[in-house]
Design a protein around this ligand. Sequence first.
Ligand SMILES: NC(=O)c1ccc[n+]([C@@H]2O[C@H](COP(=O)([O-])OP(=O)(O)OC[C@H]3O[C@@H](n4cnc5c(N)ncnc54)[C@H](O)[C@@H]3O)[C@@H](O)[C@H]2O)c1
Length: 400
Amino acid sequence: MGKKVAILGGGFIGRFYAESLHGQRNRDRVSVVYARREETATRFAQDFNIPYWTTNMEEAIAHPETEVVVVGLPNNLHLDAVLLCVKHNKPVLCTKPLGRNAEEARQMLEAVESAGLFAGYMEDLCYTPKFLKSLASVKSGAIGTVLWAKSRETHPGPHSEWFWNIEMAGGGAILDLGCHCIEIGRNFIGKDIRPVEVMCWADTQVKPIDAEDHAIGLVRYENGAIGQFEVSWTFRGGMDLRDEVMGSEGTIWTNSFLRTGFDMFTTGKSNAYVAEKAESSSGWLFPVGDEVHELGYTNMFTDMFNALESGSACAETFYDGYIVNAIMDAAYLSVKSKKWEPIVLAHWRGQTGVPKMSGYVDYDDDHYFIKDEIMPNGDIKVILKHKTSGLISETVKRAS
Ligand SMILES: NC(=O)c1ccc[n+]([C@@H]2O[C@H](COP(=O)([O-])OP(=O)(O)OC[C@H]3O[C@@H](n4cnc5c(N)ncnc54)[C@H](O)[C@@H]3O)[C@@H](O)[C@H]2O)c1
């Protein structure tokens, strides 16, 4: 049996969620939609063939048809929506960012856990086909120990007025896009490795807003690994979603949106939708084959509904959303102080006291191996460090 779902929010993400839930002859169905405006709710209900619509949030949650609630509302409404799900004992999936700050996220985490309620954090970019394959490779040891995980999400800015209102959104590009990048890095580095401190630059370079429209941050983990996020609401050229993972034994680069191997030229005859945040519908374009799947929504709902049915945890939980909010709180502090700021965690369930990683490799009894390289003349240079004196030396194996 599939699940009957109430979607809260009839906007951009609500539509992606409904498309994903109803896609490919899926057995899960949206049975109730809540939107603030009647016009939005009725149009949404009609477009997705949804039997019930309402402009009353609590009514949608409490509706007898509702088995799971999907929260796709502006950031300032996530906490209220989740607390109403707890009140009516309805399992809840909440979009990103979980809260506008760690305090809101903590309240949501504690409320669902003390009620024993299933709660998923809808971090879709940790469910894209490329991400899942990359993560499986990392977990199998294919690239060794992860040293650096960089994730970028940049686009020309969000599509609704509330994102640009710092009160409603809670922040700018860091909160909106950094949450994705931080959780991507955290997955690659290891969710049980404690994120310790953050150094972040942010500025409002272009837009007439109070929040930051551009930021770059570093998240240092207890084992010495580094996460890096690059986010912007002022990037021109579409939506750039790219990850780079550097390990002691290998590297992964993924590009999930622009230049994915699907290039198209048009004079602009149709003027139709191309892909999220595409800035043009003429010239050379970079369409996305199956946006709902390639952005992770389909794998995300599959994982979350399977977990709900089997009574297990899904891959992205409210706890993960809380950790991400705590990292972003430290990022905002660092922007102001221009210093590394500690990440304050009221809840930490991973390892503690993990030593700094070490990649020392013995060359012989007396030396550590640093590196070797084949030179243009075919000789092989080997660079070594003496274990006790610390002396760096090189030997050359001549080409025969
Ligand atoms: N990749 C992703 O996971 C992703 C992508 C986009 C948005 N989101 C998240 O989804 C949430 C909603 O974003 P969106 O892009 O759908 O926004 P949106 O403006 O397109 O839609 C928001 C909807 O919320 C409802 N609403 C109820 N009260 C409202 C109020 N006071 N003001 C405005 N809308 C109100 C309306 O039905 C509205 O259509 C945000 O938390 C955002 O961060 C996630």
